[in-house]
Design a protein around this ligand. Structure first.
Ligand code: FES
Length: 158
């Protein structure tokens, strides 16, 4: 065990963590942040996606101690029911979920994309989300939701 200090959803956190623990393990088991999901555990499905210093990362393969001192944002920190992030709002409006298991990853990956590229084309969105697996097949709704979020984001005051 070793002390780990980082910022999670704008809150400073310090906790004792095993040397080999993944960031996903710490978020879900120690901090009760269950937005990020455990899917493959191998960095291949995207269900566990979070932001580390604003960049999308697969929390299942990120060592918890590797993010010491960094800013981690989970789905819970992106927005809430009173202040949805445009991507969350667009996913809800588009009803872009079926079972919902992939949704955390889709939303977090899309939000990271729109933060660095506010107006991506359809091909760019497809590329960005190509590593996020959805077994239900709501890909068309997901694509439309990200496009709607990009438009809504453009409408927001700076
Ligand atoms: Fe992390 Fe699949 S659970 S990528």
């Amino acid at each position: 065990m070793a002390l780990l200090a980082l910022t999670v959803n704008a809150r400073a956190v310090e906790l004792d963590v095993p040397h080999e623990a993944s960031l996903l393990h710490v978020l879900r088991n120690d901090l009760a942040l269950n937005g990020p999901k455990y899917g493959c555990g191998l960095g291949q499905c995207g269900a566990c996606t979070v932001h580390v210093d604003g960049v999308a990362a697969r929390a299942c393969v990120v060592p918890a101690h590797g993010v010491a001192g960094r800013q981690v944002t989970t789905l819970e920190g992106l927005g809430d029911r009173r202040h949805w992030h445009p991507v969350q709002q667009a996913f809800e409006h588009a009803q872009a979920a079926q079972c919902g298991y992939c949704l955390n990853g889709m939303v977090m990956q899309a939000a990271a994309l729109l933060a660095r590229e506010p107006h991506p084309g359809e091909g760019r969105i497809r590329d960005e989300l190509s590593g996020n697996l959805c077994r239900c097949g709501t890909h068309v709704e997901i694509l439309r939701a990200v496009q709607a979020a990009a438009l809504a984001q453009g409408d927001r005051p700076a």
